[in-house]
Structure formats: structure tokens, C-alpha cells
Ligand binder design. Structure first.
Ligand code: HEC
Length: 154
């Protein structure tokens, strides 16, 4: 009997250790967000947009060379910062929503910017990082420009 008590105490202690470790792992994951560090995006050549966030993709509105350049910059910005969750070339593998399905025009722009700036958290853990302090507004709109060139799925 004595032995049994001791061994069940040991089991309890071991369980507590495992629980502690599991908790640690969970916390670690929610902070590190995988192992990919967001990459700064070089937006040289794009019109600077100032401090205030715009409501609509300015590069699409201007069109022409600015839009073409935005798409090019946005393509690499997307690959470096978004593809690991939203899929290569914006084709979702199911981890995160398919961004080709965002609404066109200003409606899609507003929702896009809101999510990219603030990220998305659930039960205190970030499922999508906040890009507010990581990417410039120019980079955010460049990535939006790239996403909107991707044909929508059937
Ligand atoms: C660590 C994974 C991860 C990364 C990296 C990530 N996202 Fe997300 N994103 C998510 C998840 C998960 C959601 C779903 C949140 C929800 O349920 O609304 C989401 C939602 C979104 C939405 C809203 C989509 C919709 O249909 O409502 C947009 C827009 C978006 N992400 C853009 C981006 C962009 C742009 C980048 C890169 C700059 C990015 N995300 C990087 C995980 C990620």
C-alpha cells in the first residue's frame, strides 16, 4: 500500500511536469509564431504615403508604372511574410483563408488593411501576427496589389 501511494505520487509529479512542459511549449509557440521572422520590404520607387492610413489601395488608383512596381514589390513581400500561412502565390493550403477571395476594390481594401495591421488573436494567442510595426503602409498596399492580380479560384 505504501509503495502504491509513493508510486502514484511519483506519477502525479511526473504528470505535473509534463503538464508544465506542455504549457511551456504552447506559450513558446504562440510567441514565436513559427520560426519565420517577418521581413522588411524594400519599397523604393513607390510613392510615399505618409503617416495616415489610406482607405483604398493608392497604387491601384494611380495605376500605370506605380501599380506595376507595387505588384512586383508586393509579390516578394507576400512570399516573405504571408505565404507560409496563406499559401504560395496566394493559393491557400487550408491553414489560413484564401486571400484571392477578398472582395475587390475599396471594400476588400478596408478589411485587408484592418487584418494586416492588427493581426488576429484567439484565446490570447496570435494566429496571425500584427504587421502594423513590421511593414510600412507602402509595403502593405504593395502586397494587396499583388494579391489582387491573382485569379480567383473557380
Ligand atoms: C502565422 C500565420 C499567418 C501569417 C504569417 C499571415 N496570416 Fe493572414 N491570417 C491568418 C489566419 C489564421 C487568418 C484567419 C483569421 C480569421 O479567422 O479571421 C488570417 C486572415 C487574414 C486576412 C483576412 C482574410 C479573410 O478572408 O477574412 C487577411 C486580409 C490576411 N490574413 C492577410 C495577410 C497578409 C497580407 C499577410 C502577410 C503580410 C498575412 N496575412 C500573414 C494567418 C496568417
Amino acid at each position: 500500500m505504501k509503495i502504491n501511494v509513493q508510486s502514484s505520487l511519483k506519477t502525479l509529479a511526473a504528470a505535473a511536469l509534463v503538464a508544465g512542459a506542455a504549457q511551456f511549449v504552447v506559450v513558446g509557440t504562440s510567441h514565436s509564431h513559427g520560426d519565420v521572422t517577418p521581413q522588411a520590404v524594400d519599397t523604393e520607387g513607390l510613392d510615399e504615403l505618409g503617416e495616415d492610413y489610406l482607405e483604398e489601395n493608392p497604387y491601384r488608383l494611380v495605376g500605370g508604372e506605380q501599380y506595376d512596381l507595387a505588384i512586383e514589390i508586393g509579390s516578394s513581400g507576400y512570399s516573405q511574410n504571408c505565404a507560409r500561412c496563406h499559401g504560395l502565390q496566394a493559393i491557400s493550403g487550408g491553414i489560413a483563408p484564401d486571400l484571392r477571395l477578398l472582395e475587390d476594390g475599396v471594400l476588400g481594401d478596408e478589411w485587408y488593411l484592418e487584418r494586416v495591421r492588427n493581426g488576429y488573436s484567439q484565446n490570447g494567442a496570435y494566429k496571425m501576427p500584427q504587421f502594423e510595426s513590421l511593414l510600412s503602409q507602402e509595403a502593405m498596399w504593395a502586397i494587396r496589389s499583388y494579391i489582387e492580380t491573382r485569379p480567383k479560384p473557380e
